[in-house]
Design a binder for this molecule. Structure first.
Ligand SMILES: NC(=O)c1ccc[n+]([C@@H]2O[C@H](COP(=O)([O-])OP(=O)(O)OC[C@H]3O[C@@H](n4cnc5c(N)ncnc54)[C@H](OP(=O)(O)O)[C@@H]3O)[C@@H](O)[C@H]2O)c1
Length: 311
């Protein structure tokens, strides 16, 4: 137990603190000076990353027993976990993980769960397994009876985000690209800083029951527009040649560009590119004062961050 955490103040809890989003939310919570506890499968690794006042506890969302103690005295629990990298049967595993987390949160008396999932139309019969699973996780968390704030986002733009890194690597390596139809799918990317702002604010929302917020930047674009905009800002001349059919070769190419550790997740993301991921419910703009930036600014910040300048 971290000596800096008082025994009485309610805690904020983060599952997925070592991940891309969790790794950006934790410093923001630390900056806000809230008592913070993070779950980690490898606590020593996480301890070396978080601030000295943040408590790190060992646990695994697939092990219900490890969650009961971890969630003790927690008021708001962030769920920023997916199991796409570790499991071939990720839909089943993510279902099991969310069921464990929901039951443990309910038993521990957690007041609110905040979850970040994916955009996409539930009524679309061709919704990818990845997006279907992200929505199912939200449903399981809500069904626990613990008030759940679910955010649904499309590609998150920021240095280190897998979807952004795929656009970046592809654009940098290939002067001429064969583009399958799904590069024309509409999407509404959001800058990572805006996602973190929504997650931070979610802990202070009035207690009026579970809600789902669709969040996105100001621009609805095609994936090919992201490639063009990245190329424009980097001063690269790129030729995109559209082809009518979905090309397994092209999917394979994207995947060949990601590191082996990110291969499984990348595969599921590429499958999901055929689904439109656009904000249809704009209630986030009423309930939050956050005004997300557009694609150009988000990419500008990501490039600045990669160059060691503050984005
Ligand atoms: N990044 C994006 O572009 C994007 C876009 C839209 C929505 N989202 C959503 O945002 C959420 C977070 O995504 P991310 O990009 O931050 O993912 P990520 O970087 O892959 O991180 C996943 C996190 O889950 C943890 N985890 C995996 N299996 C676990 C287990 N069995 N027990 C405990 N923790 C486990 C990992 O911890 P270990 O260090 O132990 O592996 C890691 O901290 C997801 O729900 C995702 O769908 C992300």
């Amino acid at each position: 137990m971290c000596p800096m955490i008082s025994e009485t103040r309610p805690l904020i809890f983060v599952a997925g603190a070592s991940g891309y989003i969790g790794g950006r939310l934790v410093p923001a919570l630390e900056h806000a000076r809230v008592p913070l506890r993070c779950l980690a499968r490898d606590p020593d690794k996480l301890r070396s990353i978080v601030g000295p006042e943040t408590e790190v506890v060992a646990g695994d969302v697939l092990d219900r027993g490890s969650l009961d103690q971890a969630l003790r005295r927690v008021e708001t629990a962030y769920y920023l976990v997916h199991l796409m990298s570790s499991s071939k049967d990720f839909e089943n595993e993510d279902r099991r993980a969310a069921t464990n987390f929901a039951a443990a949160a309910k038993a521990a008396g957690v007041a609110r769960i905040v979850y970040l999932g994916g955009l996409g139309d539930d009524s679309d019969p061709h919704l990818s397994p990845h997006l279907r699973s992200r929505h199912e996780v939200g449903e399981i968390l809500r069904d626990s009876g613990v008030e759940t704030i679910e955010f649904r986002a499309s590609a998150i733009l920021g240095e280190g985000s897998l979807s952004y890194d795929m656009v970046k690597t592809l654009t940098e390596r290939l002067p001429v690209m064969i583009c399958p139809r799904w590069l024309s799918t509409p999407t509404q990317p959001i800058a990572v800083a805006d996602v973190v702002s929504y997650l931070l604010k979610a802990k202070d929302l009035p207690k009026t029951g579970s809600r789902t917020y669709e969040i996105g930047g100001t621009d609805v674009v095609k994936y090919s527009d992201l490639i063009r905009e990245y190329a424009r800002q980097k001063g690269l001349h790129r030729v995109l040649i559209p082809v009518p059919v979905l090309s397994p070769w092209f999917s394979g190419l994207w995947l060949a560009l990601v590191t082996p550790s990110r291969f499984e997740v990348g595969r599921h993301l590429v499958e999901g590119l055929k689904n439109p991921t656009v904000v249809r419910d704009r209630s986030s703009l009423n309930d939050f004062s956050i005004r997300p930036v557009g694609v150009s600014e988000a990419i500008r910040r990501a490039i600045a961050q990669a160059n060691g300048r503050s984005g």
